[in-house]
Design a protein around this ligand. Structure first.
Ligand SMILES: [Zn+2]
Ligand SMILES: [Zn+2]
Length: 196
């Protein structure tokens, strides 16, 4: 088992030269250990990715499998605050060589594969794109900073996770207004009761 040591920045870290592995033939494999910080323009957005990926040359492709844990900066859909989304991503992807490692002949995709990841002409396997797509698939449609996020007050916009505001947040369904006015005014209710 070979551990790939040449990890640089995240993006570059996800490009692997697999020419040696292909030369070793069917069954050869590598283990990639990822423990990276993904840096963004705003340091508050920095996130981490870690995990272990196994790469196996199956004869027709290099099959990469494993699990990544990552923190991705996200914005809560209720309170609009930034928070770190903790994702666990299963990776299981085939990467198909564009050229035969021994003859240099161009290789097509297998017939049963419509749109697979390619290993380029320099035998570079680009894992970054596969991981990027997996992250997008794993991100929730409506991210929440926490399951019980209270969101923003619809009237004053204050973050209700930080405490209640002074607005009275009453039901907005007008059909209930008449009934609620009765409940809010016991005198009127009693009067109605006695006259009816
Ligand atoms: Zn929130
Ligand atoms: Zn309010």
């Amino acid at each position: 088992m070979t551990v790939c040591p040449n990890l640089r920045k995240f993006e570059q870290a996800m490009y692997y030269n697999v020419s040696q592995q292909l030369k070793e033939g069917v069954g050869s494999h590598r283990t990639y250990i990822l423990d990276e910080t993904v840096r963004y323009d705003d340091p508050a957005d920095d996130s981490t990715v870690e995990g272990v990926l196994d790469s196996l040359y199956t004869g027709r492709s290099i099959l990469v499998t494993g699990e990544l844990a990552m923190g991705v900066s996200d914005v809560c859909s209720r309170c609009l605050e930034k928070f770190t989304e903790h994702l666990r991503i299963d990776i299981e992807e085939e990467f198909f060589p564009m050229r035969d490692i021994n003859t240099g002949a161009a290789l097509g995709l297998p017939e049963d594969v419509e749109d697979g990841f390619r290993i380029d002409e320099r035998f570079t396997l680009d894992l970054y794109e596969a991981v990027r797509q997996a992250i997008i698939m794993a991100l929730p449609m409506s991210p929440l900073c926490r399951p019980d996020c209270q969101g923003l007050c619809p009237e004053c916009g204050s973050n209700l996770n930080l405490g209640n505001c002074n607005c009275s947040r009453s039901p907005v369904d007008v059909r209930w207004n008449a009934l609620r006015s009765l409940l809010d005014n016991p005198e009127q209710r009693d009067r109605n009761g006695t006259t009816g």
